[in-house]
Design a protein around this ligand. Structure first.
Ligand code: NAP
Length: 414
């Protein structure tokens, strides 16, 4: 197509494509669709896109450039087109493979549960990826927040989150209860019921992505986090299928924790990735007690939901937490916080979550130099205690910056 939502596709850019092995081919002038976001979204996007452009320019001196292309969702889409999520926006993301978005208002009523959930479902973005790292100077509740540096790969399409639920007393729940009774399970008749599907397909593609990421980013530990001691055929199966996939597809690279201790004196051999597993409740202790023993955590949906926020809180809260939803045909990088509408258009909000989502996006595109420059800029700026209001109110002796000034400082510090 030559236009989406009535906006012509920029002529000075080219498409990112994905080959049959799932590898991205990124031209030097990729067209990247962006959704500005609602509420504080415009302030955040203005600041973030300046940081991105400055980092690309500094890294490649004009040889590479992002061609931004606006697409619409949320309130802006509703005002312009009378739709919360126009089909053209979804099609543009499919066409250009990589997109970035600010926070979106969840429509109240009107048939859409959440725009974010809808995007994940229609584009089959099955991996929710949440890196958690500490920035020196950010107030955190533990003594050594810097010891936690993990990337959580949370399965995004299955588990009790699949939305198959029957309310107590409904006609449907009665059918489920009688089927269960036929099978010999006596469940209280006044129960509501939710179903927890976890498949071989869903588990293996998630673990595959986590292992591939470990290899690409030079990490050497992948941990399967599950509650398989109790839920054997769902969570336990996730663990088993994870190990099976590692053996089937990564036999040359992956070693199990057992192998490391029985054959390699407790050391992970050079160039190898160790796969192990932890029961979810134990994992919550491990990230507090032995955080530096973990790098990549792959987990079913519900564990991943809890674990991502707990880890983010451990390093100083959600304000700076980035995220991505990645599938085989597209990836969307996004803020993990909401639209914070009371701060809209005041130029005060912290743009860190979208800026760090951009870092993930450039890593995904293998523009590693850009990611490193942005991380340098953010790290130095926070070390200098030049921060937005949300961090300033928790830091002794900090200087409060506006959203736009925080972006300026990051650019200056790259
Ligand atoms: P929220 O927008 O995340 O805001 C809650 C509070 O968190 C804000 O008042 C602010 O706290 C703090 N905060 C959030 N983002 C911040 C940032 N970038 N910098 C500094 N502080 C930040 O949550 P909400 O008020 O529950 O939700 C508002 C709307 O956003 C709803 O429509 C919700 O459905 C939607 N939402 C969207 C997403 C998404 O698109 N990914 C995610 C969650 C919620 P202080 O007031 O203490 O400063």
């Amino acid at each position: 197509m030559t236009s989406y939502n009535g906006l012509p596709v920029p002529e000075d850019g080219a498409k990112i494509t994905i080959d049959s092995n799932g590898n991205l081919n990124v031209p030097n002038n990729p067209i990247i669709p962006f959704i500005e976001g609602d509420g504080t979204g415009p302030d955040i996007w203005k600041a973030s896109s300046r940081v991105f452009d400055a980092a690309v320019e500094k890294a490649y001196n004009g040889a590479r450039r992002v061609v931004w292309y606006e697409i619409f969702a949320g309130e802006k889409a509703y005002t312009k087109f009378g739709e919360w999520l126009p089909n053209d926006s979804v099609e543009a993301i499919k066409e250009f493979c990589v997109a970035i978005k600010g926070p979106l208002t969840t429509p109240v009523g009107g048939g859409i549960r959440s725009l974010n959930v809808t995007l994940r479902q229609v584009l089959d973005l099955y991996a929710c990826v949440r890196p958690v790292r500490y920035f020196d100077g950010v107030p955190a509740p533990v003594k050594h927040p810097e010891k936690l540096d993990v990337i959580i790969f949370r399965e995004n399409t299955e588990d009790v989150y699949a939305g198959i639920e029957f309310s107590a007393g409904s006609e449907k729940v009665q059918k489920v209860l009688s089927l269960l009774s036929e099978m010999g399970y006596n469940v209280r008749q006044d129960s509501g019921i939710g179903i927890k599907p976890i498949s071989i397909t869903g588990s293996k593609r998630l673990v595959r992505r986590a292992i591939n990421y470990a290899i690409a980013q030079g990490k050497n530990r992948v941990t399967l986090v599950h509650k398989g001691n109790i839920m054997k055929f769902t969570e336990g199966a996730f663990r088993d299928w994870g190990y099976q996939l590692a053996k089937e597809e990564f036999a040359d690279t992956v070693v199990t924790e057992d192998d490391v201790y029985t054959k390699h004196d407790g050391r992970i051999p050079e160039g190898k990735v160790m796969i192990n597993d932890r029961i979810a409740d134990s994992m919550f202790q491990q990230v507090l007690i032995r955080p530096d023993e973990y790098q990549i955590l792959a987990t079913p949906n519900l564990n991943g939901d809890y674990l991502s926020d707990a880890c983010a809180a451990q390093v100083g809260g959600l304000g700076l937490a980035p995220g991505a939803n990645i599938g085989d045909i597209a990836a969307i990088f996004e803020a993990t916080h909401g639209t914070a509408p009371k701060y809209a258009d005041k130029d005060v909000i912290n743009p860190g979550s979208v800026i760090l989502s951009g870092v993930m996006m450039f890593e995904h595109m293998d523009w590693q130099e850009v990611s490193r420059l942005i991380i340098n800029g953010v790290t130095k700026t926070i070390q200098q205690k030049r921060v937005t209001y949300d961090l300033e109110r928790q830091m002794q002796g900090a200087t409060k910056l506006k959203t736009s000034e925080f972006a300026d400082a990051i650019i200056e510090n790259m």
